[in-house]
Design a protein around this ligand. Structure first.
Ligand SMILES: Nc1ncnc2c1ncn2[C@@H]1O[C@H](COP(=O)(O)OP(=O)(O)OP(=O)(O)O)[C@@H](O)[C@H]1O
Length: 317
């Protein structure tokens, strides 16, 4: 049912450039987490470090008792089998049809017969709603279909952890909404641990169990969705509500003059916390909690209008 990822004091630099430092968080088994952050804060670097493609300078990443940051190549090879990754552009081989693209990891990493490969490929194509499109080339289908094909390929080895690098990039809001529903449904069905890197605030507000925010070379906050959506911490509040007022400027941090100009400016009220998107069959996911449970358990009053049917969700100002 998915595995936990425990990250401790992780630091990554390229030469003298520190990307982020002292990142500690636990991604719970089977839950959905979203990682946010302004462009260039190292979200993709974080994903690559989690699968061992990049080595951190210090810290540990413990998965099933193995530290990815310091284990041998052989151990890393084994641990990587737990992962499925959906890359930003789907990372399809342009000259292969979708069937062969999705079959690729099975042919590379297993000794399955072609009839077993066929059964698995068709099952995953069905899961992502692409049955019938097996003969298409990646160049012949829409961006949304390419993402779904990439997802089918990420699932063929039955991963315990699925990483999504900006699944919504290049998709219109309707396609993004369908893809988010697919992500929720898949999580309910396969019970793996999901980590999604995204810029889409609406996705972050409605899809995950937990949210993390990378900002200014550190992890500004990580915790349950309701904790971040009710947070008054200036960076978290500004980012999750897509506001201009706050410490984040056009290019990283605002300078002293810009911040002084904002002094006394009233912040718009926190918008209501929306319901978490549910599986389309209505059966709750294993990790799903009752709306408002975190706020209640922690004595936090959610913003007015939270968890109400038909609430208006106006974000951005
Ligand atoms: N292999 C590398 N060598 C040197 N620098 C790198 C390497 N990979 C990434 N970087 C640098 O690390 C920083 C963070 O990059 P990254 O792509 O992880 O940011 P991001 O938060 O995912 O950005 P975006 O939201 O725009 O996709 C950038 O300054 C980038 O130039």
């Amino acid at each position: 049912m998915g595995v936990e990822i425990k990250v401790n004091d992780l630091t990554k630099s390229f030469g003298k450039q520190l990307i982020w430092g002292d990142v500690s968080l636990t991604i719970p088994a089977g839950e959905i987490c979203v990682m946010l952050g302004p462009s260039g804060t190292g979200k993709s670097v974080f994903l690559k470090t989690l699968i061992g493609l990049l080595k951190p300078d210090k810290g540990s990443i413990i998965i099933e008792g193995t530290d990815i940051a310091s284990c041998s190549e052989k151990e890393l090879y084994e641990i990587r089998k737990l992962f499925g990754v959906l890359f930003q552009d789907g990372a399809m081989f342009g000259s292969m049809n979708l069937y062969d693209n999705v079959a690729f990891p099975l042919r590379e990493h297993t000794k399955k017969s072609e009839s077993e490969v066929r059964d698995i490929v068709m099952e995953k194509m069905d899961l992502v709603g692409l049955l019938g499109a097996e003969d298409k080339l990646p160049g012949e289908i829409s961006g949304g279909m390419r993402k779904r094909a990439g997802l089918a390929r990420a699932l063929v080895l039955d991963p315990e952890i699925v990483l999504f690098d900006e699944p919504d990039s290049g998709l219109d809001p309707v396609r993004t909404s369908f893809l988010n529903q697919l992500i929720i449904d898949l999580n309910a069905q396969i019970d793996a641990t999901f980590l999604i890197v995204t810029h889409d605030v609406n996705t972050a507000r409605t899809v995950p169990d937990n949210i993390g925010l990378l900002y200014h070379k550190h992890l500004a906050m990580f915790g349950p969705r309701e904790m971040l959506l009710s947070s008054e911490e200036p960076v978290v509040r500004q980012f999750l509500n897509a506001q201009r007022v706050g410490p984040i400027g056009m290019s990283e941090e605002k300078d002293a003059d810009e911040l002084a100009a904002e002094e006394g400016q009233e912040l718009p009220p926190l918008p209501p916390i929306p319901f978490q998107q549910e599986p389309s069959n209505g059966v709750p996911r294993r990790s799903q909690r009752e709306p408002g449970a975190w706020c209640r358990d922690n004595g936090v009053t959610p913003p007015p209008g939270s968890f109400e049917e038909n609430m208006s969700m106006t974000i951005g100002s």
